[in-house]
Write a protein that binds this ligand. Structure first.
Ligand code: PLP
Length: 365
């Protein structure tokens, strides 16, 4: 937490306005819109998952439809497709950014068209904060006229070609879950490109109440709006976002320096000047045939010393729950999963903690 979160919560108490909606929600949205630039319209919701769900609903995704989704991601990217009774089609990553490969994206689209289906949407991810090769993805999508959703849940503060992540595609989603670069304890946002879409999101997220004194409903609605209390935390967190990004990027540099002499260790890294990552997490791959130790060895050793590290997300096409879904790619995502490791990356890692981590990792040199 920064310094002002409690102050904004106190304001909500002073106004006696604890219900969803209220001045913190609007102020938080405005602050996000200003931060993202690029004519964005932000609706604050109670999770990133809810934001993805509403994006799919507004794009008209329904039962039996197909939606293309990056395979290497957290399950929340794909679950809302299933909520709508639609089918996810998973696409592999490419090696440079670990994100959606535009070549396999096009293959997946062509396959759908051959079966007489046209995918209703494409969901790509800026994994661990690293922007995807967004132009390539948008190019393919444009050629086939398919709307794109950017899952920027992990990438607030990142930039692609100097444009903020969370502002690409027809819609972008953000998450303010407890583990993200900023948090509202739980929360998310749907970023759209027009006031009409933003109004529609707010309408759907507040039970789709028509403008009538009595409670009139013509559509199914949802209870997805962010509370005024959580939005107060969000306002305070916006004031520390830049410093969190700086701290996470420092963490990344710390690991790059630490692991410089190690054979077989590679990083998810900024591939060219087009990419600016918030480095929400620093992720590496370990090629045990060159390094002499595996990602799991390192994880176990860290754990023995009470230091938490984590595997890379298990790709969705390998998950039991999605085993019947189509997949296009080779084995890049799978290899990243097999060799990958996410290192301790908190915005509050202390110098002493980094020294402890160094000591453990240097035993492998
Ligand atoms: C966290 C996350 C989400 C979901 O956000 P919630 O706010 O937890 O619902 C979606 N996609 C990715 C890639 C995430 O990391």
């Amino acid at each position: 937490m920064g310094v002002n979160e409690l102050k904004y919560i106190q304001e909500a108490f002073d106004e006696n306005w604890i219900a969803p909606l209220g001045s913190n929600v609007e102020a938080f949205e405005t602050s996000l819109e200003q931060y993202l630039e690029n004519k964005t319209f932000v609706a604050a919701l109670n999770s990133g998952t809810a934001a993805l769900h509403l994006a799919l609903i507004i794009l008209g995704v329904g039962v039996g439809d197909e939606v293309i989704c990056q395979s290497l991601t957290f399950a929340a990217s794909a679950n809302p497709i299933a909520y709508q009774g639609a089918k996810p089609i998973f696409v592999d990553s490419e090696k440079d950014t670990w994100n959606m490969c535009s070549k396999y994206l096009e293959e997946a689209i062509k396959d759908s068209l051959n079966r007489g289906k046209k995918p209703k949407a494409i969901i790509f991810v800026d994994l661990y904060g690293m922007p995807a090769k967004i132009d390539e993805i948008l190019d393919v999508a444009e050629r086939y006229q398919i709307p794109v959703i950017e899952d920027a849940a992990e990438a607030l503060g990142s930039k692609y070609k100097n444009q903020k992540c969370g502002s690409f595609g027809s819609f972008s989603i953000l998450s303010f879950n407890g583990n993200k670069i900023i948090t509202t304890s739980g929360g998310g946002a749907l970023v759209s490109k027009s006031t009409e879409d933003k109004s529609k999101v707010i309408f759907l997220s507040t039970q789709a109440r028509e403008n009538a004194l009595h409670y009139e409903h013509k559509e199914i609605g949802y209870n997805y709006r962010l509370s005024n209390i959580c939005a107060g935390i969000g306002r305070g967190q916006m004031e520390v976002l830049d410093s969190h990004v700086e701290q996470r990027r420092n963490n990344h540099q710390f690991y790059v320096d630490l692991l410089a002499g190690f054979k077989g260790v590679d990083f998810q890294r900024e591939f060219s000047e087009d990419f600016f990552s918030n480095y929400w997490l620093t992720a590496i791959t370990v090629d045990s045939s060159k390094s002499g130790f595996s990602n799991r060895d390192l994880m176990e050793e860290l754990k023995r010393n009470n230091v938490e590290s984590r595997p890379v997300w298990k790709p969705m096409h390998l998950q039991p729950v999605f085993k019947d879904c189509l997949y296009f790619g080779e084995n890049i995502a799978e290899e990243l999963f097999n060799k990958g490791l996410c290192l301790p990356s908190g915005s509050n890692l202390t110098k002493e903690q980094k020294e402890r981590i160094s000591e453990i990792i240097l035993r492998y040199k």
